[in-house]
Design a protein around this ligand. Structure first.
Ligand code: ADP
Length: 394
């Protein structure tokens, strides 16, 4: 029996026409950008969106961008173009400039232009056509982690080299709370975070409304029992001790639907939701998300730990063994291994994220030594993901 009518409407990339409990945030964004509608198009705005994973940052900003473009054109006859860029995929100034050019369908000469030159072309183009551009830089933490200070300054326009035409681009910086922008240099921070909109984790009642709306869009009529929605929203509701993550709530709903279909049930029942819930582990998901913020050598160290654990078939290894493995793995990647003290620092960081555990050896070992273990079950998916993260940094 098919009970899911539109599977695509359950996918994480889908942006619904309405976002329950984020209407106020969309209004706030509209207020910040309202001067653009006057048609002068020369007031550059910058706003930071801050919140944890799954609080609707991406969906809200996308929906705002699309609506704002339409309204500007239709009701004010003003040309506003909205571009959404994921800095996880495009983490350098150069790639960001290319993405903007692509979105504007601006042909770029194939001879190697610098990012700065591409930006100049973009500005000229916008000026010629009297367009104001709103660029949303999603997962902006990745750019901040990768870029050097000069590039960050360039992007946020502390050095107004091309100031006459500068005001044609506004930015929405989307930042995950786990990557605090407060670590940034003060002068940059003040410049970026003039305006800040925070996205709090969802409460259970809010998740209930979000799920309900999604059920109406994606499932057949009466195909989902109300208990299912209550169970999922109570499990993840921030006020009930959950993480307030709508993405995981929707994923659980979607999986519950698939389980019900597989079992031939015409309705998704509480039991299906419970089964779905037990296979989705939000803590592990959060840890995996945070891996993307690690540096190359932190990741190599983690990979070395996995390899050493696999080799020895033990649950934990000594710091000495880990360091040997780390050194040889670094060489395999043609990377100079970092010093002992630095490695200790990396280890501490991995512990903070929650992906490893360390303890001091007790009796039975000569001297005292640090023992290191992985706090997640060793599985291939995790291993592949770490490898993929290493590759993008090499
Ligand atoms: P973030 O960018 O904060 O990690 P997303 O915007 O990617 O979060 O949201 C995660 C998922 O939850 C997406 O599938 C999104 O459509 C959905 N979602 C988040 N907030 C809402 C909401 N208020 N109403 C409906 N769906 C939502």
């Amino acid at each position: 029996v098919l009970i899911i009518k539109h599977k695509d409407k359950l996918s994480p990339d889908y942006v619904p026409e309405n976002l329950p409990h984020r209407e106020e945030k969309i209004k706030e964004l509209g207020f910040i950008f309202k001067d653009l509608l006057a048609g002068d198009a020369k007031d550059s705005e910058r706003v930071v969106i801050l919140g944890r994973t799954g609080t609707g940052k991406t969906a809200t900003v996308r929906l705002f961008g699309k609506n704002f473009e339409d309204i500007a054109e239709r009701e004010y006859g003003v040309k506003v173009k909205y571009v959404h860029i994921n800095c996880y995929r495009h983490r350098t100034l150069y790639l960001i400039s290319q993405e903007i050019a692509n979105a504007l369908k601006l042909p770029i000469p194939s001879r190697g232009l610098s990012a700065q030159e591409v930006f100049k072309m973009i500005h000229e183009y916008l000026d010629r056509r009297n367009i104001h551009l709103i660029v949303a830089l999603d997962e902006f933490g990745h750019f901040l982690n990768t870029a050097n200070t000069e590039e960050i300054y360039f992007l946020v326009r502390l050095y107004d080299e091309i100031s006459a035409i500068i005001k044609r681009i506004s930015y929405i910086f989307i930042v995950n709370e786990s990557h605090s922008i407060y670590k940034l240099d003060r002068s940059i921070r003040d410049h970026i975070a003039r305006r800040l909109i925070e996205f709090p984790p969802y409460k259970s009642m809010e998740l209930y409304d979000i799920l309900k709306y999604r059920v109406d869009e994606a499932f057949n009529d009466n195909a989902v029992d109300d208990e299912v929605l209550q169970f999922i929203s109570n499990t993840y509701g921030y006020d009930k001790g959950g993480n307030g993550n709508a993405r995981i709530a929707i994923e659980t709903l979607s999986l519950a639907g698939e389980i019900a279909e597989k079992e031939g049930s015409p309705v998704v029942l509480l039991d299906h939701a419970k089964k779905a819930n037990s296979t989705i582990n939000p803590e592990i998901q959060e840890i995996i998300d945070s891996l993307s913020y690690l540096d190359l050598h932190q990741l190599i160290l983690l990979k070395a730990l996995i390899r050493a654990l696999n080799k020895t078939k033990a649950d934990e290894i000594t710091m000495g063994t880990l360091e040997e493995e780390y050194i040889s793995l670094s060489r395999e990647f043609n990377e100079e291994p970092r010093r002992h003290t630095q490695v200790y620092e990396y280890l501490r960081k991995l512990k903070v994220i929650g992906i490893i555990n360390t303890r001091q050896s007790g009796k039975g070992m000569r001297g005292r030594t640090t023992l290191v273990s992985l706090s997640l079950p060793l599985d291939k998916r995790l291993d592949d993901y770490i490898m993929q993260q290493i590759m993008v940094r090499l």
